[in-house]
Design a protein around this ligand. Structure first.
Ligand SMILES: Nc1ncnc2c1ncn2[C@@H]1O[C@H](COP(=O)(O)OP(=O)(O)OP(=O)(O)O)[C@@H](O)[C@H]1O
Ligand SMILES: [Zn+2]
Ligand SMILES: [Zn+2]
Length: 807
């Protein structure tokens, strides 16, 4: 047995064999510095290969009998992961069938994964501290490099622990963006005032500068560019003042502040009865450290956001912090302003528009405790908040909470883990909860809170379904029924706004009859068949069933059966033709590609600089505009026909959410839904905004067909460059899985995936539906490690626990 200090390290080699901690000796110079959560550099394998790793644990002894390799150097002088995150990573790796190293890295901001430099600077207020001065040796910034000695590292770690210094991570090519030239003065305020008196009468520019310096005295130094650009003071004026001893140029470090202007503080309104009941239930869970999960099922416009804000306030009142997740698309100024308007600069906002440097800054503001509230999309669930008092997930049904890549985690599951860890409540909110969550509430696993009324008793919008199979409608050349056209026209006349939704999913490769609404379905699986271009056939993604493309409708014998799908641009042209006077804004992937354009479009529409907002799924949720009185849905059927067992659920959610944008203030709302399937329950229930009826019907069907929430689903996909190999491997896999599954379980496939060939690889998938599956979980983990050698030969196996899409 070795008698020394030992670190268990998860190394950055993402393979199954290395998916466990390796032990390294901690050199005595680095004791107290090598602690759990820091990253280190270690030697790996027989060669001289140096790699990074995360320290998981520090121990006194090792059971390893050979000689341990020493840690080469520490990368972080302060842990980048807390003990909570280390613990979470074990659970996450197991739950998502991922390498632990991928899980650990997912928790950190990108910049810490890229090539970056680390700089040390004095913490505010410690610039004059003797220890700090000695370390910085007259410099503003000192870079931490491979050559920094162990002693020095120890000293730095010590200063960091006593919070006398800060560490900045900067992407390599942005390193010089850290400092800025600034202007300050060495004169006292009185001396400045005196010199101001002594200026010549016609020295107007100098007078202006002195006035500025006197006014901003407490805020000096100020960046030169701020003085020059925002206050229109010329460089030459500054130089003259420098010569006269009134101004001094200095370098300052700049912190990027993405929140920017803090909106005016907004006071909390008086709560409605439904809101205050919700708030008091959640607050009492916060007060009693009860890690309960609440499901708020509240109709659109019932004021859920206000419930979130007031319960977050309660957590802050208790000296705790709050985490709020929203879909990326809702991170618009509208939502952000509501949160920042309430909590001011205690808020960090994490969205995809941040540069990696900005993201790191927000991350470190959270990590060092200067931020109490975090609002962000999916990955913000890993925000390094300490002492969390409440976690909120808005629009909890959104598929985007599930990550598509490794680690394939669902933010809801991670949030639930953290809620238990902190012993504080988790709040899920939606007007259209996911079936899983609603079913858990039914069973009493979650506590249900219903909010049935809109604020100020505004009525829910009046919804009309338009049957596009009707003669009157099918005679129309474009995509607008006479009813929808007429109503847009009326809204324009009243100077109100309209939202037009074009329901489009990535690929519109399904077949529909325009005469009767018929959609070709799999005889075995009751999901739509999808057209596979390279096969020229219709195919089922669940079981692999295939059949030729029909040319007459099997239902009504009409020839009007064909591929379905219109582009937003086409609809925009139609709108412009019908309403030449109306100002139309289009929002889709093309118009929102540029950073900030999504927010800009929403702002423009919010200020009523446009009359019609036309868009895809992006415009369906979260928007709260008082002038919107009409919502039109061009093609409700698209989501209905996707080859996914969640098709009805997605359609119901989308239609209910988008309808909810109409009539949120004093003017009444009107919704028109165009469809070829007017009798479908998802469409009828959405028209009534009747979640409960939809829930019952859908649960019945899920029970019949054996899907979530009655069964668990796991999707296993196999890929290889050679199609025969991919297929062979997937049949082998199927046999392996069959061996551990009970009779109750169902295995579907292998079948080719939607895009069966990506990047020259063929993909096959197997769907497993099961009631209980501890053996399955174990077996899948084993299969992953057994197939390692296969992986080398070009196979990849991906396992998705509870997939959000099957395509
Ligand atoms: N107690 C209140 N008194 C007055 N106005 C309120 C109150 N609570 C919320 N509001 C306002 O009512 C509107 C609707 O509220 P909010 O956006 O929170 O609803 P929501 O349930 O989150 O809606 P959705 O699910 O449709 O996004 C907002 O403009 C909000 O400012
Ligand atoms: Zn099938
Ligand atoms: Zn037909």
């Amino acid at each position: 047995m070795n008698k020394l200090a030992v670190a268990s390290v998860i190394v950055d080699v993402p393979t199954m064999q290395t998916n466990r901690p390796f032990e390294y000796e901690i050199p005595s110079a680095l004791t107290d510095v090598v602690i759990p959560g820091v990253r280190v550099e270690v030697g790996f394998g027989r060669g001289k290969r140096k790699i990074q790793g995360f320290v998981m644990e520090v121990k006194k002894t090792s059971d390893f009998t050979g000689k341990l390799k020493p840690i080469i150097r520490v990368i972080d002088v302060k842990p980048v992961l807390s003990s909570e995150m280390i613990k979470l990573s074990y659970w996450l790796a197991d739950r998502t069938y991922s390498f632990q190293i991928s899980c650990l890295q997912t928790m950190l901001p990108n910049v810490m994964r890229a090539k970056y430099k680390q700089f040390i600077q004095a913490a505010p207020g410690f610039e004059q501290d003797p220890e700090v001065q000695q370390l910085l040796n007259g410099h503003l910034l000192v870079e931490l490099t491979n050559d920094t000695t162990d002693e020095k590292i120890k000293e730095i770690a010590h200063l960091k622990r006593s919070e006398k210094i800060n560490i900045e991570y900067v992407v390599e090519n942005q390193a010089n963006s850290l400092t800025r030239q600034a202007v300050t003065t060495e004169l006292s305020k009185d001396a400045l005032l005196k010199s101001r008196e002594g200026l010549r009468k016609n020295a107007l520019a100098q007078q202006k500068l002195y006035d500025y310096l006197i006014k901003e005295y407490d805020n000096l130094p100020v960046e030169s560019s701020v003085i020059e650009k925002q206050n229109d003071i010329a460089r030459s004026t500054l130089k003259t003042a420098e010569k006269n001893g009134a101004v001094k140029f200095v370098e300052i470090t700049k912190r990027r502040k993405p929140v920017g202007i803090i909106p005016e503080q907004q006071k909390a309104p008086t709560l409605t009865d439904e809101q205050s009941e919700a708030v008091s239930k959640i607050n009492s869970a916060i007060d009693s450290n009860d890690p309960k999960t609440f499901l708020i099922e509240g109709v659109t416009g019932s004021g859920k956001t206000e419930v979130y804000l007031q319960t977050m306030q309660q957590a802050l009142n208790q000296g705790k912090t709050a985490l709020m997740l929203v879909p990326e698309i809702s991170l618009t100024p509208q939502m952000v302003n509501r949160v920042v308007g309430r909590f001011g600069d205690q808020v960090a906002v994490l969205h995809s528009g941040l540069s990696s440097g900005e993201r790191y800054d927000e991350w470190s503001r959270i990590e060092d405790g200067s931020v109490k509230v975090v609002v962000g999309a999916r990955s913000a669930v890993f925000a390094p908040l300490k002492n969390i008092g409440i976690i909120i997930i808005d629009e909890e049904h959104e598929a985007s909470y599930k990550q598509d890549d490794n680690p394939r985690y669902h933010a809801r599951d991670v949030a639930s883990w953290r809620s238990k860890f902190h012993k504080e409540p988790l709040v899920l909110g939606s007007a259209t909860p996911s079936l899983e969550s609603r079913a858990r509430a039914e069973k009493g696993v979650y506590q249900m809170i219903s909010m049935k009324k809109r604020i100020n008793d505004h009525p829910l919008p009046h919804v009309q379904i338009v049957d596009m199979r009707d003669a009157e409608n099918s005679a129309v050349k474009g995509d607008f029924s006479p009813l929808l056209k007429d109503n847009i026209w009326r809204a324009m006349k009243r100077n109100e706004q309209a939202i037009v939704l074009l329901n489009r999913r990535g690929y519109s490769s399904f077949l529909m009859c325009r005469e009767c609404g018929f959609v070709l379905k799999c005889p075995n699986c009751d999901v739509s068949l999808t057209y596979h271009k390279n096969l020229g056939k219709m195919k089922c993604h669940y079981c692999g069933h295939e059949e030729p493309v029909p040319h007459i409708c099997p239902n009504c014998k009409s020839k009007k059966i064909g591929f379905y799908g219109t582009g937003t641009e086409n609809i925009e042209n139609q709108l412009n033709e019908m309403f030449p006077e109306a100002r139309v804004l289009r929002m889709d992937v093309d118009t929102t590609r540029r950073k900030g354009s999504h927010a800009a479009i929403i702002k423009q529409f919010g200020e009523h600089q446009a009359d019609i907002l036309l868009g895809t799924q992006m415009i369906a949720k979260g928007l709260d505009f008082p002038d919107v009185t009409l919502v039109g849905v061009i093609n409700a059927d698209t989501t209905l026909s996707i080859s996914d067992y969640r098709a009805s659920e997605r359609t119901f959610q989308l239609l209910t959410q988008v309808s909810g944008r109409a009539g949120r203030a004093d003017k009444e709302g009107h919704v028109i839904i165009q469809t070829y399937n007017p009798d479908h329950y998802a469409i009828k229930d959405a028209a009534k905004q009747d979640y409960e009826t939809f829930f019952k019907q859908e649960m019945y069907l899920r029970h019949q067909s054996g899907y979530t929430p009655y069964y668990f689903t796991t999707l296993v996909s196999v890929s290889h460059q050679d199609e025969g190999q991919a297929l062979k491997q997937s049949f082998w896999l199927k046999k392996q899985l069959q061996a551990v599954l009970s009779d109750q379980a169902v295995l579907l496939g292998p079948s080719p995936t939607m895009i069966s060939r990506k990047q020259n690889k063929y993909f096959y998938q197997i769907i497993v539906k099961y009631k209980r599956g501890p053996e399955l979980h174990q077996r899948l983990l084993e299969i992953l490690s057994e197939t390692q050698s296969e992986t080398k030969r070009g196979f990849t196996i991906a396992i998705d626990n509870e997939p959000q899409h099957i395509d």
